[in-house]
Design a protein around this ligand. Structure first.
Ligand code: PLP
Length: 386
C-alpha cells in the first residue's frame, strides 16, 4: 500500500542535515551548556552559533532570541507575559478569533484572572477585519496578537498593516509565525512586530523546540522560573540537540525555499483544480491569493470529515480534519465557524498540507481515492438525499 503524507502542517519529517548536526550533541558533546568546563563550553558554543544564525535569518539580534519548548510555550509566554507585564497600564487585549488553541486557551486563562479579551472577527477568506481591529482598540489595550499564517486554512494575515494601526496607539503586536516560517522569509524589523513565535518541527527540525523573538525593551513577565538560562528569562537546562537541529533545519529551509515553494504550490494548485472540477458540492476554504503554498482546505458537504479521514487513512493517505492539535475533539473548528461555515459544513472539512517530497502521481491517487470515497459516503448519508 502507498503511504502518502499530506499533513505537513501538523508536523514534518526531520531533515537529514538536521539529524547529522544533532547526533554528536547526544553522545559526544553532551555537557550542560551552562557548565563552566570544556564539555559545557563546547555545548554553549553550538547554542550560540544557532542563536546567531536564527537571529540573522529573521533580521533580529541574538539577544532577542529566546529558546522555548515549541510554539505552544512561545505563544503562552508572549500573550500571558506581555499582558501581565502591562497590567498597570490596562487589562484589555486583542487577538484574532482564528488563533491557534495555544493563544485562544491562554486568552481564556487570562480572562479568568480578570483581563478582558476582544476576539477579532475575520472576513470569509480568513483575513482579519482591519476595521474591527481599529474599532476594538481602547485606551486600556496593551497587546494585539494576530497569527502570520493560519494552521487550518493557510490564510496569511496583513501583519505589517496591523502593526501600522497599532503603532499610533503604541500597542505591541505579537505574531504566531509557526505556519509561516516554513513558507516565507520573515524580517521582524520589516514586519514591525514586538514579538514572534515559531516552532522547529514545522520546517524539518526536531519536535519540542521553538523560538520566541522578543524585541529589545519589550516588557514581558516570566513564565518559567528557575535557573539563569536564556538570560534569566526562561529557566531549564538548554535543549542543545534541539536548538542545533532547529537552526540547521531553518538554514536548509531558507536555502531551498524558492524551489520548494514553487513545487509545493504547483502540486497544491493541481490538486485544488482537480477537486473543484471533479467533486461536486465542495467549498474551498481560505484565501485564493494570500495563502501559504502548502495548504488546501476543502469542505465536502453532507458528510463527516472524520469519515473521509478514516477512509483515506485506510488507503494510506494521511490528512487532517480541522486542526491537528484539536482533532480528537468533535467540536467543530473555531476557525471554520469564524469564516462563516455552517456547523454541518465545518464538520465535513479536511485539511491537505503538501510538502516538497509529494509527487503528482500521489496527488492523482489522492484525488481518485477521495472522489470514490466522497461519493460512497454521500450515498450513505441521509443529509445528501434530503
Ligand atoms: N501555533 C500554530 C499556528 C500551530 O500550527 C501550532 C502547531 O500546530 C502551534 C502554534 C503549536 O506549536 P508546537 O507544536 O510547537 O507547540
Amino acid at each position: 500500500m502507498q503511504a502518502i503524507y499530506l499533513d505537513h502542517a501538523a508536523t514534518t519529517k526531520l531533515k537529514p542535515e538536521a539529524l547529522s548536526k544533532m547526533l554528536p550533541y547526544f553522545t559526544e558533546v553532551y555537557g550542560n551548556a551552562n557548565s563552566q568546563h570544556a564539555f559545557g563550553r563546547e555545548a554553549m558554543a553550538a547554542v550560540d552559533d544557532a542563536r546567531d544564525f536564527i537571529a540573522s535569518a529573521i533580521g533580529a539580534k541574538p539577544s532577542e532570541i529566546y529558546f522555548t519548548s515549541g510554539g505552544t510555550e512561545a505563544d503562552n509566554w508572549a500573550l500571558k507575559g506581555m499582558v501581565r507585564a502591562a497590567a498597570k497600564k490596562g487589562k484589555h487585549f486583542i487577538i484574532s478569533a482564528i488563533e491557534h488553541p495555544a493563544m485562544i486557551e491562554s486568552a481564556k486563562a487570562l480572562e479568568k484572572e480578570g483581563y478582558e479579551c476582544t476576539y477579532l472577527p475575520v472576513l470569509s477568506d480568513g483575513t482579519v477585519n482591519l476595521q474591527a481591529l481599529k474599532d476594538s482598540i481602547r485606551p486600556d489595550t496593551t497587546f494585539i496578537g494576530v497569527m502570520l499564517a493560519n494552521n487550518e486554512i493557510g490564510t496569511i494575515q496583513p501583519v505589517a498593516e496591523i502593526v501600522n494601526i497599532a503603532k499610533e496607539y503604541r500597542i505591541p503586536v505579537f505574531t504566531d509565525a509557526v505556519q509561516a516560517v516554513p513558507a516565507m522569509r520573515i524580517d521582524v524589523k520589516q514586519l514591525g512586530v514586538s514579538a514572534m513565535a515559531f516552532s522547529s518541527h514545522k520546517f524539518g527540525g526536531p519536535k519540542g523546540v521553538g523560538v520566541l523573538y522578543l524585541k529589545t525593551g519589550t516588557p514581558i513577565a516570566k513564565m518559567m522560573t528557575g535557573g539563569h538560562q536564556e538570560r534569566t528569562q526562561r529557566g531549564g537546562t538548554t535543549n542543545v540537540t534541539g536548538i542545533v537541529g532547529m537552526a540547521e533545519a531553518l538554514r536548509i529551509t531558507l536555502q531551498e525555499m524558492d524551489a520548494n515553494n514553487a513545487k509545493i504550490a504547483s502540486l497544491r494548485d493541481y490538486f485544488v483544480a482537480r477537486v473543484k472540477a471533479e467533486i461536486p458540492e465542495v467549498i474551498y476554504n481560505g484565501s485564493e491569493q494570500n495563502r501559504v503554498p502548502s495548504n488546501a482546505n476543502f469542505t465536502f458537504r453532507y458528510i463527516e470529515g472524520e469519515s473521509i479521514l478514516f477512509r483515506l487513512d485506510l488507503a494510506g493517505i494521511a490528512v487532517s480534519s480541522g486542526s491537528a492539535c484539536s482533532s480528537g475533539s468533535l467540536e467543530p473548528s473555531h476557525v471554520l465557524l469564524a469564516i462563516g461555515l455552517r456547523e454541518g459544513d465545518a464538520h465535513g472539512t479536511i485539511r491537505f498540507s503538501f510538502g516538497a517530497e509529494n509527487t503528482k502521481e500521489e496527488v492523482d491517487y489522492v484525488v481518485d481515492t477521495l472522489k470514490q470515497n466522497v461519493q460512497m459516503l454521500r450515498e450513505m448519508s441521509p443529509l445528501y438525499h434530503k
